[in-house]
Design a protein around this ligand. Sequence first.
Ligand code: NIG
Length: 394
Amino acid sequence: MSALAIDNIGLLVTNDPAVGEGLLGEVRDASVVFEDGRVVAVGRAGVEVDGRVDAGGRCVMPGFVDSHTHLVFAGDRAEEFAARMAGKPYEAGGIRVTSEATRAAGAIELERLTWCRRSEGLRAGITHVEIKSGYGLEVESEAKCCQVAAGVTDDVTFLGAHVVPAEFESDPDAYIALVCGAMLDVCAPSCRWIDAFCEVGAFTAEQCRAVLEAGRAAGLGLRLHGNQLGPGEGVRLAVELGAASVDHCTYLTDADVEALAGSHTVATFLPATDFSTRQPYPDARRLIDAGGEVALATNTNPGSSNTTSMAFCIALAVRDMGMTVAEAIRAATLGGARALAKDDIGRLVPGCRADAIVLDATSPTDFAYRPGVPLVRETFVAGRTVWSDLDEAR
Ligand code: NIG
């Protein structure tokens, strides 16, 4: 047996309303027990275990599930950001700048950079992460990025259709044929998902449809970037094809809301992107009230959202997207799990993976109430401490 109990939890968020109170399934004065990487008991003190952690009355909750990131890249675009803040609009074409740096980087260097970013996320309480390719944009470089990502997570997404690379500028359909053919063939073995960027300046709905259908035929699940920089066909295409998630959703029409609400496609909001590109924030309230499932993710990337802070996303969602604190916390945990079609993460109930965070706070409200303050004291993945800020560790 290798069991660990976290005792003296002031507030335990289980994310299961059948186990505790309210949307977050809250249990007060609780314990949680992990064994062999899984949660085996909730709400009970005094169980026989090998080790005990005293939470000191603090809050314990499921770790964040970050269902949209682009962690594999080289270089940065700080100058582009500064120019944007001075008034230049964000354009998809900036992706090519990162592509140049990523193509030039070796696999070992990309692996190092990716792990640096992943470590930053662990410190900030992200216990599971999805990673997209999309800065290689040629067969070998996309394969390199997918393989690096596969060393970090089992949720790797092939995003060859991120933008048309310069060498295919005059013939985007030839690039789509490459993505659906040789590139998909070498990338699919490392991936669980396929994605495409449906936007003016990136790909049309018909090009995205071709990519997603090719991915489905290769055994991959579907996701889509849609409605980021203006209204468009992305959301409705994702729903029509039964994608697990459509991401961004900054511009939603009534028809988009209706389509999402009547579907199993999760709307994944990326508010740090809207912050960094000076877009309006999406109206999450409208979609939630219509019955849609929502997630929050960081979209870590060098162009539109250079942050690994889910706390920042939660603060924006509560302040500017009409979400309650409980809805935002749920969207950043269970919502992300739903967007990745995983049912054993995002909750702290028996049978789920023991992915949890101990906060330096008595309630998760502090993520919105104390913006910018580091609040994660200890991060557990599969029942093991992967990061801690405990005094006894010093
Ligand atoms: O999700 N929208 C497309 N892809 C990224 C942006 C990537 C970049 O600008 O480098 C996003 O925002």
